[in-house]
Design a protein around this ligand. Structure first.
Ligand code: NDP
Length: 444
């Protein structure tokens, strides 16, 4: 059997019941096959792939906390420090009831290549807890965050591991986590990113993933001689990534007409009213059904259905595996020309292949949503300098980084004879830098 197949089999055997992790490893290693096979014996002798798919360290810990009625709860916390070959571990924390070790490992593994693609010196990691922030009071959120950090602080630091937000972890949670870190360690350092401006945050970090996604899409379309102007865009999600993807899409002249949350979705043929969406999601923290009630032009539907809407561009920005093969068939039938992932692994492997085989331009998340982590790394730079750059300066760097990522990915795909296959291109371009660094540092 080939080395790639051996390692895929090993990962499935050694990590039972971690389906998302298997999926991520298969997706990456399949695209690296062409690179590995050029030098298979050397890669095998150095056990390069075994070292790549095994985290350097994975932590699992108890998180006890007390609710407003005096009831004690116990959740499970995780931090997977996957690969530090090119810099300190960097990757978000996710608080969601679906979190388990397989999900954190899939996210951490993807993060290695994404961080490498940014061109900045950051390794890959990810963490989180199976805690559900929905419906919790502010005090309960604070109690949970403080307990989580009471354990996590032992393993992180500005030069070792710098977590950020992800699903369920926004500015409020980062604030509580940072406060507890500082209280325990007595250090004011850039140990977390996504901080508020008043204590070391970066301008444009909140907008970065959504804006970055659109900078990537715009560059991908332009290089294929397509103008984003007046294109109808279907977006899923209504969180941090989705909201700022919608904002930048509107600024670039596109027309986003959908968004969704875990209970339902909106179709607004006149275009999403961004002020209303922000008010509902960022200020009042309500369900999307409120948007339907308050806007005459909008239809609200229970469940999922965003991908049934006819559109030119589809941007999945909610969660993993939210766009399957049937959705892909519907989108292609309805004439979609480009799909780009705002979320991590929102498209299943079958759906991704279907898009590529049908000539749809497909931006994989590790490239197209790298703007968030890239701006986090810019926040780390500003913290080290004890200095804050202007919004315009950060935004310009973000735009340049995203355009560079697109061209690196495009070039890597062409160099190996897979023109316009940005999935293969992203995996190869991300992998090459990590492998160089791993080889240079010996067997560690
Ligand atoms: P948020 O928590 O801000 O928003 C997530 C959105 O997706 C919410 O609207 C949520 O609805 C919806 N959602 C979550 N889980 C499900 C589900 N199982 N089914 C349907 N809808 C769901 O998270 P972000 O916007 O920050 O993250 C979204 C995605 O982008 C994730 O995959 C994340 O890993 C990825 N990402 C985020 C980055 C960032 O900087 N924030 C950077 C790179 C990637 P509800 O509120 O009802 O749960």
């Amino acid at each position: 059997m080939s080395y790639v197949d051996d390692v895929i089999e090993l990962v499935v055997k050694q990590n039972p019941a971690e389906d998302e992790f298997h999926q991520a490893v298969k997706e990456v290693l399949e695209s690296l096959r062409v690179v590995i096979e050029e030098n298979e014996e050397e890669f095998r002798r150095n056990a390069l792939l075994e070292r790549l798919v095994n985290p350097e360290r994975q932590l699992k810990f108890r998180v006890p906390w007390v609710d407003d009625n005096g009831q004690v709860h116990v959740n499970t916390g995780y931090r997977v420090q996957f690969n530090s070959a090119i810099g300190p571990y960097k990757g978000g924390l996710r608080f969601h009831p679906s979190v388990n070790i397989g999900i954190i490992k899939f996210l951490g593994f993807e993060q290695i290549f994404k961080n490498s693609l940014t061109g900045l010196s950051i390794g890959g990691g990810k963490g989180g807890a199976d805690f559900d922030p929905k419906g919790k009071s502010d005090r309960e959120i604070m109690a949970f965050c403080q307990s989580f950090m009471t354990e996590l602080n032992k393993y992180i630091g500005a030069d070792t591991d710098v977590p950020a937000g992800d699903i369920g972890v926004g500015g409020r949670e980062i604030g509580y986590l940072y406060g507890q870190y500082k209280r325990i360690k007595g250090l004011s350092e850039g140990v977390l990113t996504g901080k508020a401006l008043s204590y070391g945050g970066s301008l444009a970090r909140v907008e970065a993933t959504g804006y970055g996604l659109l900078y990537f899409v715009d560059e991908m379309l332009r290089s294929n001689e397509i103008d984003i102007k007046d294109k109808t865009i279907a977006v899923s999600g209504a969180g941090n990534v989705a909201i700022y993807a919608i904002e930048k899409a509107q600024q670039l002249g596109g027309k986003p007409v959908t968004c969704s949350d875990s209970t339902g979705w909106i179709y607004d043929p006149e275009g999403i009213d961004l002020d209303l969406l922000k008010e509902i999601k960022e200020v009042r923290r309500e369900r999307l059904s409120e948007y339907g009630k308050q806007r005459d032009s909008a239809e609200y539907h229970e469940g999922s259905g965003v991908w049934s809407v006819k559109c030119d561009i589809a941007l999945p920005c909610a969660t993993q595996n939210e766009l399957g093969i049937d959705d892909a068939k519907t989108l292609v039938k309805n004439g979609v020309i480009a799909v780009a992932e705002g979320a991590n692994m929102p498209t299943t492997i079958e759906a991704t292949e279907y898009f590529i085989n049908n000539g749809i331009l497909f931006g994989p998340g590790k490239a197209s949503n790298a703007g968030g982590v890239a701006t986090s790394a810019l926040e780390m730079s500003q913290n080290s300098q004890r200095f804050q750059w202007s919004f315009e300066e950060v935004d310009l760097r973000l735009k340049t980084i995203m355009e560079n990522i697109f061209h690196e990915v495009d070039n890597a795909a062409s160099a190996y004879g897979f023109d316009k296959n940005y999935v293969i291109g992203a995996n190869i371009a991300g992998f090459e830098k990590v492998v160089d660094a791993m080889n240079a540092q010996g067997i560690v």
